[in-house]
Ligand binder design. Structure first.
Ligand SMILES: [Zn+2]
Length: 192
């Protein structure tokens, strides 16, 4: 449906609108971060990110804007017990104050607002590349760890995936997670 794979948004129309107007720029698309960007974010993805955002004026008589959006996708994490890949759906929201400060730099910058106690996005040109922001918002919402399933049996001490080969479990692998078929043998050894 969508051909675009970036997050370039042209804000020229809203920049031209009068302060206080309720014009807005509504955009959505897919974003396919390059390998380099993904490595920098320490994120693996299954498919592109889908995003949507709305930019509108804050309603005051100044030149401030608000961007309100979502970014969603499927991250791939290694199961913390068995290390198999686990797809994890992530759906993140964001809201930022934006301020136009004309410059030659096409990048947006997250800067601290001296007046308010919050960060705001400065943009220098009418066409804004939201990709770095979307990637960052997404990466922050990716959980640190994942489980392939609640009862994942993990790896044996020899590195065998016990979900696939439960028969490879030894008492040492089993721990307290499940009753071991070798529990009886352990008792015998203790009685020796
Ligand atoms: Zn697992």
């Amino acid at each position: 449906m969508f051909a675009r794979r970036d997050a370039l948004v042209n804000l020229a129309s809203i920049l031209r609108s009068a302060p206080g107007s309720d014009d807005e720029v509504v955009e959505e698309g897919l974003l396919e971060p390059g390998d380099e960007a993904l490595a920098a974010d320490d994120v693996r993805l299954e498919g592109p990110l889908s995003w949507s955002l709305v930019v509108r004026r804050t309603g005051g008589d100044d030149d401030d804007f608000i961007v309100d959006g979502t970014v969603a996708g499927t991250a791939v994490l290694a199961c913390r017990r068995c290390l198999e890949d686990v797809p994890v759906d992530v759906d993140a929201d964001f809201v930022y104050l934006m301020r136009h400060r004309p410059s030659d730099h096409p990048e947006i910058a997250l800067v601290e607002d001296e007046d308010a106690d919050e960060d705001l996005l400065e943009f220098g040109q009418p066409t804004v590349d939201f990709a770095p922001l979307l990637r960052q918002v997404f990466a922050i919402d990716v959980p640190l760890t994942a489980l392939c399933r609640e009862d994942c049996k993990g790896l044996s001490l020899d590195g065998v995936n016990l979900n696939e080969h439960p028969e490879a479990a030894t008492p040492a692998d089993d721990g307290a997670r499940a009753p071991s078929p070798f529990a009886a043998l352990e008792d015998l050894e203790l009685q020796d």
